[in-house]
Design a protein around this ligand. Structure first.
Ligand SMILES: Nc1ncnc2c1ncn2[C@@H]1O[C@H](COP(=O)(O)OP(=O)(O)OP(=O)(O)O)[C@@H](O)[C@H]1O
Ligand SMILES: [Mg+2]
Length: 183
């Protein structure tokens, strides 16, 4: 059983979220698995857009809600951006996501999965990012789907970003992350 370490970060505005994503992007290496969780509009794709810019992707990432998997190869390492929102958990195994972190069928890169709560089996080691909007009640967010655009515009900018490291390489990643204070 490997160890878990959690840290809670508070982002009181969009910039802060982007700074956190950028710092993380500077520390990842090939084979890093990032699982993103959080309600509709909590900021998973926004986080990944800043992350993608920071690893050197010139175009702004879009949500792979319909394509399911987007592959970006122009950054300092490949990024596989996955969104499981439209799938039922039983459908996820047929995507064979493990091919992305096995490094046999695809060049190893960073694998980032939105709506990772749909994974029936988790990889043995990963970094999980839980995003939440502290000032908004959960039922309001989870009962309304698709997320109404007008409500999205009115969302407060405050976010709680919890980083959960599962396994020693990810615990090491988090300690490097913490060594640089978020300003
Ligand atoms: N501090 C913040 N961090 C992240 N996003 C923020 C923040 N403040 C405001 N926002 C806004 O909240 C929205 C988050 O939407 P985004 O598409 O990133 O969410 P999501 O979690 O990917 O949703 P979905 O589950 O629909 O994919 C964006 O419009 C973004 O600009
Ligand atoms: Mg999204």
């Amino acid at each position: 059983m490997s160890e878990t370490v959690k840290i809670d970060l508070y982002a009181n505005n969009l910039d802060k979220t982007q700074v956190i994503a950028t710092r993380l992007a500077q520390l990842v290496s090939v084979g890093t698995i990032i699982l993103l969780e959080g309600n509709l509009g909590s900021g998973k794709t926004t986080f990944m857009q800043a992350f993608g810019r920071a690893i050197g992707i010139g175009t702004t990432l879009t949500s792979p809600t319909f394509t399911l998997i987007d592959e970006y190869t122009e950054g300092r390492l490949p990024l596989y951006h996955i969104d499981l929102y439209r799938l039922e958990p039983f459908q996820v195994p047929s995507l064979h996501l493990e091919e992305y972190w096995r490094g046999e069928d695809f060049p190893l890169g960073v694998v980032a999965i939105e709506w990772a709560s749909k994974l029936i089996t988790l990889p043995p080691q990963y970094l999980k990012i839980n995003l939440s909007v502290p000032l908004l009640s959960k039922p309001l967010l989870s009962e309304r789907s698709p997320f109404p655009e007008d409500l999205l515009e009115d969302l407060p900018e405050d976010r709680i970003i919890q980083l959960v490291a599962q396994g020693l390489p990810y615990i090491e990643l988090l300690s490097q992350f913490q060594a640089r204070e978020v300003s």
